[in-house]
Design a protein around this ligand. Sequence first.
Ligand SMILES: C[S@@+](CC[C@H](N)C(=O)[O-])C[C@H]1O[C@@H](n2cnc3c(N)ncnc32)[C@H](O)[C@@H]1O
Length: 253
Amino acid sequence: MREVLLALLPRPLARWVEIQKLSWQLRRYRSPALLKVTSLIARTADLDRIDRLRRELQPAYRADPVSAAKYADHRFWLPFNVHRAAALGLHAQTGLRILDLGCGPGYFLAVARALGHECCGVDLPESGFSPVERRVYGEILEALGCRHLASPLTIERMAPLALEGQYDLITAFWICFNRHRQPDEWGAPEWRFFIQDALGRLRPGGSMFLELNAHPERYGALRWYDPDTLAHLRSVGTVEKNRVRIPAPGHGS
Ligand SMILES: C[S@@+](CC[C@H](N)C(=O)[O-])C[C@H]1O[C@@H](n2cnc3c(N)ncnc32)[C@H](O)[C@@H]1O
């Protein structure tokens, strides 16, 4: 119902409503750290550069509103990612070592860093990006002062992540590395391999958080996974719609 109403509004007004909603949701955490994180980032980031990028990419955004051009709107994506960090409790602790898989424009890296965590991200090498993605991801990472935090890495089926190090938290938001919407989209064997490999990179007490993209044409009522994948995700963690939390092995024992 909410989506239907928002779709009836002119786009700028609908966006304004969404930003107000995010701001209201963030206030409910009653966390001073969360309330000031956006202005903390604004002090050092070059938000004017993202505004310029947004103006330049208006034609690309109009032609394809779901393309990476949508990320050139920091007024929405910064609070959106503050909300992601809040849902993970990142405002209630500091000093976590965080790895973000498929980090894209890097808003989550910027937010997690501003909350006092040590972050890095990986994404496809530039050769894997469309021209719009190359501009958006490169320029926004740069403008947020996060370019040095992101490294090129292609996540591939049944291949261990080519990464060193151990992490307290591994995140992946709006996952596409599973060949989302491709004919060879990952099934349970690929997810099992990926999760087992990633869990081996967690510090004791660490966890993974995955946010899957929907593919209802493929999965029907399950929307995000096939039954075998869902059963596996439930066997290793907790699944709430497209959100999956998986603790490091031995956690709580
Ligand atoms: C929908 S975007 C999400 C970006 C960001 N995580 C967010 O939620 O704002 C998916 C991201 O995954 C990256 N990606 C897609 N396939 C990948 C792969 N095989 N390995 C690494 N990153 C990949 C894309 O380049 C893009 O940045």
